[in-house]
Structures are given as C-alpha cells and as structure tokens.
Design a protein around this ligand. Structure first.
Ligand code: SAM
Ligand code: SF4
Length: 339
C-alpha cells in the first residue's frame, strides 16, 4: 500500500508516498502524440498512426487530471507530448494549469521549433521552466537525427525564451555513439558559456530497433569524457530533481546532469507518474502496466479518478526492466508517452 501523509507547514496538504518509500510529487502530462519532427530514436519515419480527436483528452479532461493530482500531493507538472506546442489552444490550457491552487511548478518540454513564435505567450501563461530537446549543434547532424529539423529555428527559440523572461532553458541531449557523442564537450561548454543546464540522456530502446545497443553510451562514460577536460563538482539535488545526477563545471551558471536509464537503475529516486494524451496513466515509463483513466473522465467522476491515480502510485514498480543485455520492448513509442 502507498501512504498519503500530512505535510509540514508551507508544503502542499498531502504527500504521495509509494510502497518503496518514494515521494511521488511530479506528473508528466502529455497533451498530444503528434509532432512536427521525426527524431529517429523516438518515432518511426512514417510517424505514428494518428488518433482521432475523440481519442485524445480534451483540455477540460487534462485539467481535471492535473487538479486531482495536485490535490493528492503532486507539486510539479511537466507538459509534454509528442510536441506540445503543435496542439491548438495550448497557451490557454497552460494558463489554466498554471492557476491550479497548490501547484508549485509548471514546466514544459519542447523540441523548440515553435518557440521563437510562442515563447512570450508561454511566459505570460505562467510556464516557469522550459526544457528544450537539442541533440546536436551541427546543422547536418541535427537534421539527420530529427529527419529534417532546422537547427537555426531551435537556436532562435532558445534566444526568444530568454528574451521573454525565462531562465536559460534546460537542454535535453540524447547521446548516441557514432551519431553525436563527439559533441559531449561542446554541450558541456554550453553550460558555461550560455548558462543552459544540460541533461544528457542515455539512449533508450523506444522504437523496437535491432542492434540498439550500438548507440548506448553510459552516463559514466559521458561524465568521464567531460571530467578529462573540466573539473566537475557534484550539486545537491532539489526535491524535484528525480533520477538525474547533477554536476557543475566550477563557475558555470548551468549544470550538467546524466539520466542513466539503461546503464544504472535510477529507479530508487523516481518521483514521477505519467499520463498520456489518450488518458493512459503509467507509474513507470518502461512498463506496459497502465490504467485507462477514460472511464473516470467520460463522464467526469472526480472520486473514482482520485482512486485511480492513487492506484497508479500504489502499483508503481520498484524498478524497470531495461538493461543493455536484454530488454522486453514496451508497447508504445516515446512520443506517445512523452519521455
Ligand atoms: N517533443 C518534445 C521534445 O522533443 O522535447 C517533448 C516530447 S519528447 C518524447 C520528450 C523527451 O524524450 C525528449 O527530450 C526526447 O529527447 C526524449 N526521448 C525520446 N525518445 C528517446 C529515446 N529513445 N531515448 C532517450 N530519450 C528519448
Ligand atoms: Fe517529436 Fe520530441 Fe519525439 Fe523528437 S523527441 S520526434 S521532437 S516527440
């Protein structure tokens, strides 16, 4: 069983604690599985089969999930996708999400293609932090990884975000051997020169591809390559840090983190649950276990939804089953779950 315990003064009224004693305070909420890019590690070339509009949760339904989660003890919500900025009406939705009483952090992960145009609106809507996925600073490599993405547009988006008032966006980089690993140091330097925090993510086998292991570089190797050129100091993790291990080049404004999903189990620090844009709630990214929330949303049944979300926390596995030696592919693409 999980516990809901009373919190200290100044904290939200509840805390969700799972069977492993982990505090679950972070919801990743996907608003669409559509995307304006086709990153080869995330989506098949032809894209995914499009869901009909009725299959995708309405903004009202997403808000009910967000509000119910916050009432239960969730303090941080990250809006993700697919690409969240391609869904029409997203700014109005974010504004309403930001106003949920008790929500401490509203963040958004984007590929940055539409950021130049939308950064001001996102800031005014109340989004507090942006994560931008950017796997290469070389236009050709970027184009290859994203199957057609324009690096200049993403870089313009990063500048626009800062002009709009955001702190330097956190950069998510999936490092793949033989693809972009030669840029590890360039990204590390970015944390010093531009002040962006860099989050290196180990490549995960999300698209059921033979021989995926050839791309894997461990977080350890990434850190070692940086440490050969720069001293790294470890940083204290905040309460929302979750499974990332964070360091800093002394004097740099931005941090350097590694998410070791494949090489080392980070599950003991996992603080999150996920809900897809079609209402599938998951306690673990790499598990096929899910709960369909639709029956509690159509028509809305807040009490049953509360129980279902508690059930997700109660059923959160101790650890996922992915490793370099063997991996039983889960039945989804990353763009469907939202990373
Ligand atoms: N479209 C947005 C973006 O790209 O930032 C949000 C959704 S995307 C699925 C969320 C995160 O998942 C991105 O940072 C992406 O790099 C990461 N991701 C997708 N597929 C991955 C994989 N196979 N291994 C590791 N990370 C992956
Ligand atoms: Fe789209 Fe993000 Fe997946 Fe790339 S990682 S295909 S941008 S959802």
């Amino acid at each position: 069983m999980f516990r809901i315990k009373g919190a200290k003064w100044g904290e939200s009224a509840m805390a969700l604690i799972d069977t492993q004693g982990r505090t679950i305070n972070y919801l990743r909420l996907s608003v669409t599985d559509r995307c304006n890019m086709r990153c080869f590690y995330c989506m098949p070339k032809e894209g995914i089969v499009k869901k009909g509009h009725e299959a995708v949760l309405s903004y009202e339904e997403l808000l009910l999930i967000a509000e119910t989660s916050v009432e239960l003890g969730i303090e941080k919500i990250r809006i993700t996708g697919g690409e969240p900025l391609v869904r029409s009406g997203i700014v109005g939705f974010l504004e309403r999400a930001a106003a949920i009483p008790g929500l401490k952090h509203l963040a958004l992960t984007t590929n940055g293609l539409l950021l130049e145009k939308m950064a001001g609106d996102l800031y005014r809507a109340g989004v507090q932090r942006l994560n931008v996925s950017l796997d290469s600073l070389d236009p050709q490599t970027f184009n290859t990884i994203t199957r057609g993405g324009d690096l200049q547009r993403v870089l313009a988006g990063l500048d626009a975000a800062e002009r709009a008032g955001f702190p330097p966006p956190k950069i998510n980089v999936v490092i793949m051997r033989g693809v972009n690993d030669a840029e590890i140091l360039t990204f590390a330097e970015m944390s010093r020169i531009r002040g962006n925090s860099i989050r290196f993510i180990e490549y995960m086998p999300a698209i059921k591809e033979e021989g995926w292991q050839r791309y894997c570089i461990s977080g350890e190797e990434i850190l070692q390559r940086i440490a050969e050129c720069h001293p790294l100091e470890m940083i204290d993790k905040g309460s929302f840090a979750g499974p990332s291990r964070d360091y800093r080049i002394p004097g740099a404004r931005g941090s350097i983190g590694v998410i070791t999903a494949v090489s080392g189990h980070f599950c003991s620090d996992c603080n999150r649950i996920r809900v897809t844009s079609t209402g599938q709630a998951k306690g673990c990214l790499f598990s096929d276990e899910r709960t369909d929330l639709l029956p509690f949303l159509r028509p809305p049944d807040p009490q049953a939804l509360t129980e279902a979300l508690k059930g997700i926390v109660a059923g959160k596995p101790k650890q996922h089953g992915i490793s370099r030696e063997g991996y039983c592919h889960a039945n989804f693409t990353m763009s469907q779950v939202g990373g």
